[in-house]
Design a protein around this ligand. Structure first.
Ligand code: ZN
Length: 130
C-alpha cells in the first residue's frame, strides 16, 4: 500500500573553494588528482588535504587509462531526462581510479581522459578509447 506524497526537487550548492583547481581544470580540458607531499598517497576525486594531514599538490591525469569496469544505465535518473541509456566506466590511471562517461567500451580497453559539458551544461569527465 502506498500514499501519494509531494515531489521533492533538490539542488545542492557545493562549496568548491578548496577544490577550485579541479573545476577550473575541467573547463581547460584537464583532470587533476591530488598527491600528498608527505606520504605520497594519490586522491581522486581530489582532496584539499591528505588523510595523514599532509599538504597536497595538484597533478594532471594525462596518462593512458585502462577500463576496469563499466555499466550501462537504462533507468534514467531524475535530472537526466535528456539522456538516452548511457555508459559509466571506471578506469585506472596509474595510482588512482576515475569514474567517467564512456561509449562502446569493454574491460581492458585503453582510454584517454577528456572533459566536456553534458546536454544540461554540467561539466563531466569522459573516456575515449585510444
Ligand atoms: Zn598523506
Amino acid at each position: 500500500m502506498f500514499i501519494e506524497s509531494r515531489e521533492l526537487v533538490m539542488k545542492h550548492k557545493i562549496p568548491v573553494a578548496k577544490t577550485s583547481k579541479y573545476w577550473q581544470g575541467l573547463e581547460e580540458g584537464k583532470v587533476y588528482k591530488t598527491v600528498c607531499r608527505n606520504c605520497g598517497r594519490a586522491h581522486y576525486p581530489p582532496r584539499a588535504e591528505c588523510l595523514c594531514g599532509g599538504e597536497v599538490k595538484w597533478v594532471e591525469i594525462d596518462e593512458e587509462g585502462v577500463v576496469e569496469a563499466f555499466t550501462v544505465v537504462y533507468a534514467i535518473p531524475r535530472g537526466f531526462e535528456w539522456s538516452k541509456p548511457y555508459t559509466i566506466a571506471i578506469a585506472r590511471f596509474g595510482d588512482i581510479r576515475v569514474m567517467g562517461w564512456a561509449e562502446n567500451v569493454k574491460v581492458g580497453d585503453k582510454v584517454a581522459i577528456k572533459t566536456g559539458k553534458d546536454e544540461s551544461g554540467v561539466w563531466k569527465v569522459y573516456f575515449e578509447v585510444v
